[in-house]
Design a binder for this molecule. Structure first.
Ligand code: DC
Length: 228
């Protein structure tokens, strides 16, 4: 039955604007939005809080098995709960971003999160964003998007975002961090970030948000109008 639900899988590197676009597409189509990065972040936060050594896979797996992660979206807000606590803000902190690759590289933890991610399709049409959605979570997604942008454009967007939040930063340092994150996402052994052959590749470097959203909605409508 769940196969009847429509999945729009949006993958791409950090800072390509996946969340912004995915939320807007989901709102436009009335789909459920699922941010899988938030799940890896929530477990990273828990490991940091509990001072679990990030290279102790067994302890991390045990922690993940005992954790409850809920993503709650209403009309205006998107919130992430860890063991019933709202951690939406805390998971965006820099120390969580920096440490999340440890959690993301543990196969047993990914298995746990994949199960939760797949379960969203049981009852909903979804827009799910991450790194491995089209390749592993939903290889049969009806629409796969690979959203990219140049490194310099991603640095500029990140810089402006941090500046707006009143956080001082340096573009050279940001560039180094983005390049390192790309390398980790693309080269890890389990579920690396890949461009699926059947994905629609969107380079958003010189596109507006509206253009990107309209393009995805247009492709979605085209797929829906084709005979099955
Ligand atoms: O997209 P993000 O920055 O919120 O992701 C947080 C971390 O989780 C980052 O290390 C990449 C990883 N991630 C992943 O491995 N697979 C996903 N589907 C989503 C995120």
């Amino acid at each position: 039955m769940s196969r009847n639900k429509f999945v729009i899988a949006i993958d791409g590197p950090a800072g390509a604007g996946k969340s912004t676009i995915a939320v807007l597409v989901a709102k436009k189509l009335g789909f459920l939005y699922v941010d899988t990065g938030a799940m890896y972040r929530a477990l990273t936060l828990k490991a940091l809080r509990n001072k679990i050594p990030l290279d102790d896979r067994n302890l991390l797996i045990e922690m993940a098995r005992k954790s409850k992660i809920d993503l709650v979206m209403d009309k205006k807000t998107y919130r992430v709960f860890l063991d019933n606590e709202d951690v939406s803000k805390e998971i965006r902190k820099e120390e969580v971003s920096k440490a999340s690759h440890f959690i993301a590289s543990v196969p047993e933890i990914r298995e746990i999160l994949w199960q939760i991610q797949r379960s969203y399709r049981n009852n909903h049409n979804i827009v799910m964003e991450g790194r491995d959605i089209g390749s592993i979570v939903f290889p049969d997604a009806q629409l796969k998007i690979y959203l990219d942008a140049s490194v310099d454009e991603r640095v500029t967007r990140r810089y402006n975002q941090l500046k707006q939040q009143g956080i001082e930063c340096n573009t050279e340092q940001l560039k180094k961090e983005i390049i390192l994150r790309d390398k980790r996402d693309k080269n890890r052994k389990i579920a690396p970030l890949v461009k699926c052959k059947d994905a629609v590749v969107i380079d958003s470097t010189s596109m507006t948000i509206k253009e990107e959203v309209d393009l995805i909605v247009q492709v979605y409508k085209k797929i829906c109008s084709e005979p099955q």
